[in-house]
Design a protein around this ligand. Structure first.
Ligand code: ATP
Ligand code: MG
Length: 392
């Protein structure tokens, strides 16, 4: 019955002259998302509308699932497309539609005809009345309610005729690829995958960097991050995950610096390295899962000390969220179960019992001077030896 989907988009509809760029990006992302779905699909645009039309057999559930992950889609409307064979044929198609979608007939409805093709006989008003009457005659249990109908039956008359009434919410946001690229610092935790999702939702393409410290962190911990990147990639599209070996740097900091400053200094080197890899990969910003006050390294003073070493903007989309609010999104995007797997990440091994919570930037800088001899070479090596894993 449903031969197609009408895709409604919200924000990208208001981009003025650049609108076609957004529409084209949306079409590309839809095509990409449908690659793994059984069936062949035509994705087309027509007068501010995007249509997804399967060619032949397709998996309805999988198609809807895939579309629900394409940023830029506000609503997905399963639509019945009919050729224009005159009013009688249209009325019959409409009755078939209603019968199929609403086997329980005791519902209220309202007709909403849009005559986009102005040469079609009649007016929208007369067509509303005539089609409504046919429904009432065929299905006497149905009632008209023009104020609060349970069903809004839309009939759009264009070259072809589109009948729909159901809308499935899309994820909103903007199509990935319309807003540059950023580097996500992705750990195995709950917060950073959510942060990556939120920035990708605004149309930003994502690369990721993960710092591991073998043998202090296991292969399994790394696999967990790969798994998380894959879950984020279901929304963001392909991600290049840069895996940086951070062991030598961490041990060196551990040897040279006061232990209560370890976390801050480590985090400053993570940011520096992420920025360097980011620059080499055309990223314009960094993304972290930091949230004010969540841990010692995320007090405002700590954030300021970490931020100081960055020249790129750092996006922290969950900065004002409580943990539970972050967890709610993690559930929604299906990363939570993976995030809570118990494999340690590198930060938990080298943490001091009593880390500074109000680091003084001058003091931190002075401590970092103790690393002068070797740190530049170590950073260079870490950047050069990073393993790149392409996540689809
Ligand atoms: P998350 O749940 O994202 O791990 P967290 O609450 O554990 O966050 P921290 O460990 O302080 O917080 O990390 C803060 C942010 O720093 C993370 O959200 C992530 O962006 C980045 N980060 C931390 N550890 C790593 C790592 N090993 N590799 C890459 N990024 C990291
Ligand atoms: Mg963490």
């Amino acid at each position: 019955m449903f031969k197609a989907f009408l895709i409604k988009y919200a924000e990208i509809g208001i981009k003025g002259k650049n609108r076609y760029l957004f529409e084209d990006a949306l079409i590309r992302q839809i095509q990409h998302a449908l690659k793994d779905v059984d069936g062949k699909f035509q994705v087309t645009k027509e007068q501010g509308r995007v249509y997804v039309e399967p060619e032949g057999e397709f998996d309805y559930e999988d198609t809807v699932d895939a579309l629900k992950r394409v940023f830029g889609i506000a609503e997905i409307c399963p639509v019945m497309i009919c050729q224009d064979n005159g009013f009688e044929a249209l009325a019959e198609d409409l009755l078939r539609y209603v019968d199929h979608v609403y086997p329980q007939k005791n519902r209220t409805f309202k007709m909403h005809v849009r005559r986009a093709r102005k040469s079609y006989p009649g007016t929208s008003m007369s067509l509303n009345a005539d089609l409504g009457e046919r429904i009432l005659k065929a299905y006497p249990e149905m009632k008209v309610d023009v104020h609060h109908p349970e069903i809004l039956l839309v009939v759009e008359i264009r070259e072809r005729i589109y009948i729909y009434s159901e809308t499935i919410p899309g994820p909103g946001g903007m199509p990935v690829g319309t807003n540059g690229k950023a580097m996500l610092l992705l750990s195995g935790g709950i917060d950073s995958p959510v942060a990556g999702y939120m920035i990708a939702k605004r149309g930003v393409q994502i690369d990721a960097v993960y710092f591991h410290a073998p043998p202090y962190t296991s292969e399994r911990a790394k696999q967990k991050v790969v798994d998380l990147a894959r879950l984020v990639a279901r929304y963001s599209g392909p991600i290049n995950l840069h895996v940086v070996n951070f062991t030598d740097i961490q041990l060196y900091i551990y040897d040279q610096c006061p232990h209560d400053e370890l976390t801050i200094i480590m985090r400053r080197y993570m940011m520096r390295i992420a920025e360097e890899i980011g620059k080499a990969n055309k990223c314009l910003a960094l993304i972290t899962g930091e949230s004010i006050g969540q841990v010692a390294s995320q007090t405002v003073q700590s954030l300021a000390a970490t931020n100081e070493v960055c020249t790129m903007p750092v996006f922290r989309p969950v900065i004002g969220f409580d943990k539970q609010e972050i967890i709610d999104i993690a559930y929604k995007i299906n990363t939570y179960e993976t995030s809570i797997e118990p494999y340690e990440d590198c930060c938990t091994i080298f943490v001091a019992k009593h880390p500074v919570t109000k680091p003084n930037v001058q003091v931190i800088r002075r401590s970092e001077e103790k690393l002068q001899e070797k740190i530049d070479d170590m950073v260079k090596t870490a950047v050069e030896t990073a393993e790149v894993i392409r996540i689809h």
